[in-house]
Design a binder for this molecule. Structure first.
Ligand code: ATP
Length: 248
């Protein structure tokens, strides 16, 4: 594969409603088939950046008011989620929002919507890929998603996004609220997805996990970039060790 395009976020400002500034002059790139981590405290603007890229900002009354977001030659700022999905950019929302009343299989099928007509073979191939990554989902295809454990629901949320065959996956706090063993499993899954050629922009409060997966990382602080660099270098800086890795 050619690896796909690079995501360019350049000097982006985001505002919610009329006045609330959530991001100021934020820039980052995600080259093809890399993992880039976005760290920062609650409210720093991490989710907002993912929304700006995936076209879901407007659903939250937000807007990109300056700067640009491009995925290769495709302009994404000001576009809707369908445009992003068609370009190969898919977000997994925070809080593993699956459709609780629908079965595992119905949830997965919803992940390919908006792509236009795809052949059965393509859908089947995407499903096979998801079930290879998540054998537990394959055993529970007819179960209502609401009956799955928290970790399984997170897997389903990721699986649903993979049904759209993304080249860039936007992952919002996949480890949130999960037991350590499940966090470990999610990390393995991210590594596997990336090894198959999909780029990942990973938002995490679990900085240890994120920095172990990522090649580059950015630390946001109240809407601005505080630190950026190679993940191994950031992991050695005092600020990151103190604030995000829990060292004193
Ligand atoms: P968290 O880990 O809590 O999700 P975050 O770093 O992802 O934090 P955001 O959710 O992007 O941060 O929030 C950034 C800022 O934007 C915060 O001040 C938040 O209150 C504000 N905000 C987020 N969503 C909205 C919204 N729909 N309307 C108004 N303000 C919002």
């Amino acid at each position: 594969p050619d690896g796909g395009p690079t995501l360019h976020v350049e000097d982006v400002d985001v505002t919610y409603g009329r006045a609330l500034s959530a991001l100021r002059s934020v820039s980052l790139t995600v080259p093809p088939a890399t993992v880039v981590a976005l760290l920062g405290a609650n409210g720093a603007g991490k989710t907002t950046l993912l929304r700006a890229v995936s076209g879901t900002l407007r659903l939250h009354r937000g807007a990109v008011t300056a700067g640009s977001i491009r995925y290769g030659d495709t302009v994404l700022d000001g576009k809707d989620p369908v445009a992003a999905v068609r370009a190969g950019v898919v977000q997994v929302p925070e809080g593993r929002r699956v459709f609780a009343g629908l079965s595992v299989d119905e949830n997965l099928r919803s992940g390919g919507l908006g792509l236009g007509r795809r052949g059965r073979a393509q859908v089947q191939e995407a499903r096979d890929r998801v079930f290879t990554l998540f054998p537990r989902l394959a055993e529970r295809t007819h179960q209502p998603a609401g009956l799955l454990s928290g970790g399984e629901q997170q897997m389903l949320a990721i699986g649903r996004a993979l049904m759209a065959a993304p080249r860039l996956l936007l992952l919002d706090e996949p480890s949130l609220g999960l037991a350590p063993q499940m966090v470990h499993r999610i990390a393995e899954v991210v590594r596997e997805i990336n090894a198959q050629g999909t780029a990942v922009l990973l938002v995490e409060q679990n900085a240890g996990m994120a920095l172990s997966l990522a090649s580059h990382a950015h630390v946001l602080e109240v809407g601005e970039t505080r630190l950026s660099g190679p993940a191994d270098e950031l992991a050695r800086t005092d600020a990151v060790r103190r604030l995000y890795l829990g060292e004193s």
